[in-house]
Design a protein around this ligand. Structure first.
Ligand code: G3P
Ligand code: MG
Length: 252
């Protein structure tokens, strides 16, 4: 059965907002995800990690300094502490008061409006595999929020993807890489029953895209910043673009 995230249902490559709409809104905030939806994206990409009290929060870095007014590691703070931080002012004073969102809030905001690519950060991986391991919490939330048909769970960390692949009826998963496809990659993706491969666009070739497609895998490269990059990458016949600026595809 085709997945609802299958680009064939859109008749064009998917437009995916990287961390929301970071060219115009503070990344990984509800304002950014709302802005991405209003700009017409098909899917938003976001980054998930754990707080000290093991709650799922949406933030890219391991540390708070770059995108909030907090200090230190995300992992060293409780959810209550992180909720108090300002995650918008660093970008523009107009966004003062934006918070680091919990993942469930983004799932609620996007419900019925767009798909979500949930990237699980290696910083949240727990070798002991507790019942509240990051990937278990994410999959539980996806299932309880009825979002199985509009989500991809992605990671640079194969251990996280292996854990999800071993679950009963897992959501679609994707491996992210910043390296060209090595000879083992396709084999590993097939072993994971992955839905897609998310390569850095600068290392991608048409041959790699063709080989992925021949094995039934989709290809969603990141992170496209300019119209020229978008055109060159679309010429490789990819299934979508993970973009910082969402007006790049208007001409297509
Ligand atoms: O999902 C692709 C992309 O987000 C991976 O890199 O560092 O922006 O999370 P990063
Ligand atoms: Mg990411």
């Amino acid at each position: 059965m085709p997945s609802a995230i299958d680009p064939k249902r859109c008749n064009r490559p998917l437009l995916i907002g990287h961390r929301g709409y970071p060219a115009r809104f503070p990344e990984n905030t509800l304002a950014g995800f709302e802005g991405a939806i209003r700009a017409g994206c098909d899917m938003v990409e976001l980054d998930v990690t754990l707080t000290r009290d093991r709650r799922l929060v949406v933030i890219h870095d391991d540390t708070l300094e770059r995108t909030t007014n907090g200090k230190g590691r995300v992992r060293a703070h409780t959810l209550a502490e992180i909720r108090r931080l300002d995650a918008g002012s660093w970008f523009d004073a107009r966004f003062a008061g934006q918070r680091v969102p919990e993942l469930w809030k983004v799932m609620a905001l996007t419900a019925g409006r767009c798909r979500v690519n949930i990237e699980i950060k290696t910083s949240a991986f727990d070798a002991h595999d507790p019942s509240d391991a990051v990937e278990r919490q994410v999959v539980r939330l996806v299932k309880t929020s009825g979002a199985m048909d509009r989500v991809i769970i992605s990671s640079f960390d194969r251990r996280i993807l292996e854990r999800i692949a071993a679950m009963d009826a897992p959501p679609p998963i994707a491996f992210i890489s910043d390296q060209p496809a090595d000879p083992n990659l396709l084999h590993q993706l097939l072993a994971l029953k992955a839905f897609s491969w998310h390569p850095k666009f600068t290392v991608l070739t048409r041959d790699q895209v063709d080989r992925m497609h021949a094995s039934g895998l989709k290809v969603f490269p990141w992170t496209i910043n300019t119209a020229e990059e978008a055109q060159k990458t679309l010429a490789l016949e990819v299934d979508g673009l993970i973009c910082n600026e969402l007006e790049l595809l208007q001409a297509h």
